[in-house]
Ligand binder design. Structure first.
Ligand SMILES: [Zn+2]
Length: 113
């Protein structure tokens, strides 16, 4: 079920828009298959900023985007590429794309069902 829907979205060349923090103005576009480990979290990567509510977070390679930019100047783990934690914000994405990651992340903490 989920795999079929994921394939449907990917075949249409859909990209997912991610941010480093939920309120960062910079947005980067990644291929769906390059964004892994979606889960609900309240703490961002990098500066460890705490968001006012839970957002879907996932992992990408810092230089793997199709377009856009993501800051990750706080890293001291050698040269690129790094794996960095990003946020998938609902309003940035189409319902089809967002739903894929929502299904992967499961129910949001603090909500019923
Ligand atoms: Zn890097």
């Amino acid at each position: 079920m989920w795999a079929a829907e994921r394939r449907w979205v990917m075949e249409r060349g859909a990209l997912v828009r991610v941010r480093r923090q939920w309120n960062d103005y910079r947005v980067a576009l990644y291929r769906i298959e390059d964004v892994t480990g979606a889960h609900w979290d309240q703490v961002s990567g990098g500066v460890q900023a705490k968001a006012p509510r839970y957002f879907i977070h996932a992992y990408v390679r810092c230089n793997g985007m199709v377009e856009g930019e993501l800051p990750h100047s706080g890293l001291h783990a050698g040269p690129c590429p790094h794996t960095i934690k990003v946020v998938i914000v609902k309003k940035d994405n189409t319902p089809e794309v967002y739903r894929l990651f929502e299904q992967q992340a499961g129910p949001r903490p603090g909500t019923k069902g």
